[in-house]
Design a protein. Sequence first.
Length: 176
Amino acid sequence: MSGEKGQSLVLEPTPPAGEPFVPTPEETAGPFFRPNSPAKNNFREAGVSGAPVRLTGFVLDRKGDPVSGVLLDFWHADDRGEYDFKGYRCRGHQFSDARGEYVLETIVPGLYPGRTRHYHVRLQAADGPILSTQLYFSGEARNATDSLFRPDLLLKLRRGAASVVATFNFVIELGA
């Protein structure tokens, strides 16, 4: 399948019928989570610079069905590798839509000592458990030395002339 401007788009294989989807791995939320983030799906606001990224995907249950109304709370470093501890720059939450889809307009996060580039996300369906995890960029030299890096949390990337489209589908456990 071709992506933007003739680029090849790699799709994950569909699991065999009846085989449950594997839940997205849990990772530390990190010391930088801040509760009560504002509802927003665009971090590219005044004062935020950096290479644009459109992060999108779906929230699915273990059967592969879309899950609507899931809280997705995103946060990450700015393009200089700094987190905002006083406000909510590069922080915000949204809910998956009726098709289980989410979209975040953001930037490529900067590097800081000891870590590779990554996004943090905390998900929770109504009455479901919290899933805190991180998403990583392929081809980063620091992936090899970051003790938290997991290859099963790599974003699928398509690079266009002016921006990057990153995709990741979350699989969550639902409450009883």
